[in-house]
Design a protein. Structure first.
Length: 158
């Protein structure tokens, strides 16, 4: 009787490990794609247009095995000072014979001027403050309206 109980525990442990790996794969793909769009957002202003950036993100998603269409990628350049990238991802996962998808909506929002031409972050806070003061009035107003409270209101509005 004791050997059957051990085999049952081993079977349950193996099932838990299998389920963990099955869910780990889609989340790791999402994290890799997040990293890719963070890097692309940083290099956006020196590299390409919005269409080219959108095509590059779709190509990177295809290499990760994530089906992504053109209408699922939103790229906006606001006043030439802010970059906004939003994706609407459905990443497939399989558990034995059960096939489904996990839905993610990663968003990247940042200042283009916060990075230097080589792609690295600006070193000191004074340079960042100088960039903030050099923003246009419409961009400053846009940033003032992008508060945590507005994100929550927008989230619960849907």
């Amino acid at each position: 009787m004791d050997t059957y109980l051990r085999k049952l525990y081993l079977l349950i442990l193996l099932l838990i490990v299998y389920l963990g790996v099955s869910f780990w794969v889609p989340y790791s793909k999402k994290w890799l794609l997040d990293d890719i769009i963070h890097n692309q957002a940083r290099m956006f202003f020196t590299a390409q247009s919005q269409k080219a950036l959108r095509a590059k993100i779709i190509d990177k998603a295809e290499t990760l095995g994530i089906p992504l269409e053109l209408e699922q990628v939103t790229v906006q350049n606001i006043n030439g000072e802010i970059i906004y990238i939003e994706l609407d991802l459905n990443i497939p996962f399989n558990i034995l014979s059960y096939h489904s998808t996990l839905h993610f909506e990663p968003k990247i929002f940042g200042l283009i001027r916060g990075f230097n031409i080589t792609g690295g972050r600006l070193a000191d806070n004074t340079a960042i403050e100088q960039n903030m003061t050099s923003l246009s009035d419409s961009t400053k107003e846009y940033l003032r309206n992008k508060t945590l409270r507005n994100y929550f209101e927008e989230f619960y509005a849907h």
